[in-house]
Ligand binder design. Structure first.
Ligand code: AQP
Length: 340
């Protein structure tokens, strides 16, 4: 069924990005690698940002906690600067087109392609007792999320590059068969902070689900916890604040400091010349605390106003459905589904 009353997007390039509510908070990696950029892009692009709770259940979740985390994560994207008047902010499971297109795209995605995804390999090793089909086809759902909005750019951290390339391949394959159905999206990966590493093991990316409490800084951590985590960050023992290949711990702290303060790597090296790691770690921790303070305050205010949050995510879902339904209608027609 064609939906002719659907709102039309103004002719600006389109951005889509999403984040999983696997915790009610985000990591500093999620923030610096992705969410911090979301608000900056709102004036120049038509943006759609989603809390992707359907992706979250590829790993077993406690239902009551997932519900709570989803609302908290929604409040947190607004606290990080997503403006529901400028952008479409919504919760993935409220917009049925995502699951519907994902099914179609599953039929245009090859087993071999999905088997090569490093996230699938990592997560199936980590959750060996629950290697479900959803975990395997996660990238087809992600492709649906993106392609439904005729997206031009997808702001993500470097860890999502492989999934994004698969979304492009699926779009190109589908277009090759049926004509120009999907816009083929590009990634928007930040120059600094595209891959923030664990504070406990700088060889591993910082992740929400890391079991080591010292590894991950969460946006909603209290200030003294943030400072403590930075103080205990694993580094080398050279006591030289310099960006070098053999100094992954210090490189990571420098990237964080640079992303938060705007100082270049050279400026940081000059600023901390002759100072020890203790001073540097404290400075990084304090800069992060100051960056997060207004976000934490706004998040607390928003969470106290559930009616406002509900009105925002309902309006967001309505707009998202209107736009995405047009793409889904086109896809259904192309693959030969009898119109309803
Ligand atoms: N360490 C990171 N550095 C930079 N960017 C990162 N992102 C994730 N980790 C880092 C980016 O954050 C966005 C949202 O990520 P997600 O919610 O889809 O989950 P993820 O990539 O699987 O991240 P996590 O934190 O490791 O979650 P869990 O533990 O639940 O799997 C994406 O744009 C991602 O690139």
């Amino acid at each position: 069924m064609e939906n002719n009353t659907a709102p039309k997007l103004e002719k600006k390039p389109v951005i889509f990005s999403g984040i999983q509510p696997t915790s009610g908070s985000f990591t500093l990696g999620n923030y610096l690698g992705a969410v911090k950029n979301w608000s900056k892009l709102q004036d120049s692009y038509n943006c759609a940002y989603s809390i992707v709770n359907m992706h979250a259940i590829t790993v077993r979740q406690d239902p009551a906690q997932l519900k709570k985390n989803t609302l908290s994560a929604f409040a947190l994207i607004l606290a990080c600067g997503v403006d529901p008047e400028k952008s479409i902010a919504f919760i993935q499971s409220h917009v049925k087109t995502h699951a519907e297109l994902a099914w179609v795209l599953n039929c245009y995605t090859q087993f071999g392609e999905l088997s090569r995804m490093t996230q699938f390999k990592d997560k199936s090793a980590k959750h060996a007792d629950n290697i479900n089909a959803g975990l395997f086809t996660y990238p087809s759902l992600m492709a649906a999320d993106i392609l439904l909005y005729q997206t031009n750019l997808v702001p993500v951290g470097a860890d999502q590059k492989q999934h994004l390339e698969l979304a492009r391949d699926i779009a190109l394959r589908f277009n090759g068969l049926y004509g120009n159905v999907f816009q083929v999206p590009d990634g928007y990966i930040p120059k600094t902070a595209a891959r923030i590493m664990s504070l406990a093991d700088p060889g591993k990316k910082m992740s929400k689900s890391d079991e080591n409490a010292k590894a991950t800084v969460f946006l909603l951590d209290p200030p003294d916890t943030i400072i403590k985590k930075f103080k205990s960050a694993v580094t080398d023992s050279e006591a030289l604040v310099a960006y070098r290949e053999d100094k992954p711990g210090i490189n990571n702290l420098m990237s964080i400091y640079s992303a938060v303060t705007g100082a270049s790597i050279e400026e940081i090296e000059t600023q901390f010349a002759g100072k020890g790691y203790g001073d540097f770690k404290l400075a990084v921790g304090e800069a992060v605390v100051e960056e997060l303070r207004p976000i934490q305050e706004k998040h607390a205010r928003l969470l106290a106003d559930k009616a406002y949050l509900e009105s925002c995510y309902r309006a967001g879902a309505e707009k998202a459905l209107g736009i995405s339904q047009r793409t889904l209608d086109k896809v259904y027609k192309k693959v030969g589904f009898l119109p309803y």
